[in-house]
Design a protein around this ligand. Sequence first.
Ligand code: ZN
Ligand code: ZN
Ligand code: ZN
Length: 332
Amino acid sequence: MRELRRDPVIGRWVIISYERGKRPSVEYEKEPENDSSKTCPFCPGNEHLTSSEIIAYRQAGTQKDKPGWWVRVISNKYPVLGIEGSIKRYGEGMYDRMDGIGAHEVIIETAEHKKELPDLDDKRAEDIIWAYRDRMVDLKKDMRFEYILIFKNRGKAAGATLVHPHSQLIALPMVPVRVRQEQSGAKSYFDYKERCVFCDIIVQELSSPERVVSENDDFVAFCPFASRFPFEMWVMPKKHDSQFDDIQKPEVSSLTQILKMVLSKLNRLLGNPPYNYLLHTSPLRVSKVPYYHWHIEIMPKLTKVAGFEWGTGFYVNPTSPEEAAKFLREVE
Ligand SMILES: [Zn+2]
Ligand SMILES: [Zn+2]
Ligand SMILES: [Zn+2]
């Protein structure tokens, strides 16, 4: 079967090409087994191997850059952008240049070398979400930054260089194009219908829940209609909010619950696949808006993006989101 589907937010077309009832063949690179906590720079006792901590949630009486923490945020040793300097733009004929200013931080999610978010107890797992929020609130005060992206690369094929569970944060001096596309797609939908496109998606998905994987009081997780990748999932707050950093205590706990649930389903169904997730929220200098709705996109890395995708911006997805959601619902 083959079908073309259009993403209602940014208008991107996706080719869903699938055989009914067939799981995608999963052939991803397995992780190296030689990785040990003795040499791991993110393990307690090895704090001297990383840059000094920015914040940490740690036991009272323990020292900075010493063991006793359960979440620790450091700057990335190999930052893609540097924190020092001012935002200067230069022209060179018709071309534009800008200094590479930005913040690049690593959120070490746990002191335990191999405990992923679904394996952590609730309080510890919630603290990962609090760390995301705390860093966002703090970096937002730096007026040089326009956007903050929080993301996770899990597994070598998804770009992770270390096994120890961690996420990353990048603060940018501009709003990246993917985010701008989403913002402007959502804005046009709002101008036309006077409703938030994401709120509408939630209503539609819940009213005929064939793509819903899980829901609780505050969040819903589903495989989006125009999924680019097999088992792609979006996690959205049911209540409209354009900014992630508005999140309050009860929502932090519901978000943790649903993330633990869907990530462990993904792990069980596909045998700990590599994946990326990313958190999309409003640009920093945009105050609350009625047309945008923050969310998390989870993208397992099971297929390769190749020439056709690069050349057209189309994606070819061999597993329909309806089937993906069914498999995910069924796995414990
Ligand atoms: Zn480690
Ligand atoms: Zn909304
Ligand atoms: Zn998004």
